[in-house]
Design a protein. Structure first.
Length: 344
């Protein structure tokens, strides 16, 4: 019988004490790791980054020097085989998430995998099932969910702050800077819906707590069978809530959502990529507020650090991560349906 994860940790000599730390290995020199996730992991109370791997050892060394990471490997295989690593962070291009997350799990390593979890729903479900069979934790790195702003909105809506929810609208658009960006490559499971539409799908599913039973979508595509570069659509939930979204990779940076109900409305203008150094703001219209409007200030927090701390806590305390991996596979079903609807 496979040992439980706490047993694996104990076999590695991790102590059950106040200063337990997860040792992270970083799978590639991805920009998101360099700019956001690695520094956030290094600031976490319960983890440290001990190694990075790249297809190119010189690139791994330069990344390691820049971020003060002790070990640099010239292959992903070496990283996942390293017995001094407790968990892997996987920010590879989307089409490589499944292969390398599963290889990590087969080496006994839990994985925090970037969003979206896989190229499509079948791959995502295969990942979730494989990790479950191996008894290894898996989570999707959707950082904004950990921010107190997101948690506050969810709590407000659950407590009836807007009455019965009628409509959710969510947008996430930006301009890619590099024509060689992975987001512009169909063979890497790029495209606006996969890259940023997934946030809109995530917030709509989180707020409603439901799966849409019908979706519609439309999109424009890059030339020659390329990825969708702008998309819009609707998600129809069994409770009657409609979510409308737009996603883009060739338009001005926007990320916001709104939850409109029978007795109020909440608008979040800095919705998904939330500045970790400044307080953020929820705008809330309802009849009981003086003038019908109030602003709720949320103290600054680093979403990525909170996410890394949750995953590490989950491993150290042998409990599941806050958001189950199955949620990520269910979200991929919605993304598959949206992409198919847009193609039709
Ligand atoms: N949660 C967030 O806030 C957030 C934000 C941005 C991106 N992401 C996600 O993070 C992942 C990476 O995004 P990114 O923008 O950081 O990408 P990126 O900078 O292009 O990094 C991807 C890395 O994958 C490795 N790689 C392996 N095979 C590759 C190939 N054939 N082509 C290109 N790269 C290859 C490369 O590292 P080596 O050369 O070192 O092997 C490369 O640095 C995506 O899944 C994306 O959706 C999440």
């Amino acid at each position: 019988m496979r040992p439980t994860f706490s047993r694996i940790l104990n076999d590695k000599g991790l102590q059950v004490s106040a200063n337990r730390q997860i040792r992270w290995g970083i799978l590639s020199t991805a920009n998101i790791g360099r700019k956001r996730v690695v520094p956030a992991m290094q600031a976490a109370r319960n983890g440290r980054v001990v190694a990075v791997a790249s297809r190119d050892v010189a690139r791994a060394k330069s990344f390691a020097d820049e971020l003060s990471i002790p070990t640099a490997y010239g292959s992903y295989e070496e990283l996942i085989a390293d017995p001094n690593i407790d968990a892997i962070y996987n920010p590879l291009p989307n089409h490589m998430h499944t292969e390398w997350s599963i290889k990590s799990a087969e080496a006994g390593k839990p994985v925090l995998c970037e969003k979206p979890l896989a190229s499509d729903a079948a791959e995502a479900q295969h990942m979730v099932d494989t990790f479950a069979r191996l008894g290894i934790p898996l989570a999707e790195a959707f950082m904004y969910r950990f921010h107190p702003q997101t948690q506050r909105v969810k709590k407000m809506v659950d407590e009836g702050a807007v009455g019965d929810v009628r409509l959710i609208s969510a947008s996430f658009e930006f301009n890619v800077r590099d024509e060689d960006d992975i987001r512009l490559k169909a063979e890497m499971a790029g495209g606006s819906m996969m890259d940023v539409g997934c946030y809109c799908v995530s917030i709509a599913r989180m707020i409603t707590g439901e799966e849409p039973h019908r979706v519609t979508a439309t999109a424009n595509y890059e030339p020659n069978g390329g990825v969708d570069n702008i998309a819009g659509g609707t998600l129809h939930f069994p409770s009657g809530v409609i979510a409308v979204f737009d996603s883009g990779v060739r338009s001005y940076f926007t990320h916001r959502y709104e939850v409109r109900g029978t007795s109020g409305r909440i608008v979040v203008d800095e919705a998904f990529v939330i500045n970790p150094t400044l307080p953020s703001k929820i705008r809330y219209w309802h009849d009981d507020a003086p003038g019908g409007y109030e602003e709720i200030e949320i103290p600054a927090a680093n979403s990525y650090t909170l996410m890394a701390e949750d995953f590490a806590d989950a491993l150290l305390n042998n409990r599941p991560p806050l958001f189950p991996a199955q949620d990520a596979a269910d979200a991929m079903v919605v993304l598959d349906n949206l992409r198919a609807a847009a193609r039709r």
